[in-house]
Write a protein that binds this ligand. Sequence first.
Ligand code: SME
Length: 158
Amino acid sequence: MENKHDTYTQLLAQVRALAKDEDDGIALLANVAAVIHEALGTWWTGFYLWRGEALHLGPFQGPVACTRIPAGKGVCGTAYQQRRTIVVPDVERFSGHIACSSRSRSEIVVPLTATTGEVLGVLDIDSTELSTFDEVDAKGLEAVAQVVAECLEAATRY
Ligand code: SME
């Protein structure tokens, strides 16, 4: 089985290829959610986009999810507000966690930070196992999120 570093090297190359010449942000986010979901085999993989008053559900793979998350609420809203990646080994131990699915046990949320410093949204990945994500995932997904954020910033629409 390939190791996680190799998985993220391949994933980053795929995301760069998807971002190249893509000027529609939603099309990019949809495909990036699909490649991450397939590469990691996780339960829910998707994006929330900051729409001025809350994070709104964006393209995702997996079961139906909450459509709005205010800044500071849940793992997504906290990662957005604190402008940093949050790894949650056990969602039951994260105060204020929003349970969109009772099967989610651990998760990672990575902000999409534009070159201007503005946080455009977050990447949220949920697992049905405890302690799925670690520092390697955080670094790998932050590299992916940077490519996505730069593409969104340059996109004509999203
Ligand atoms: N668990 C997230 C909510 C989003 S869903 O899991 C898809 C949170 O607490 O922010």
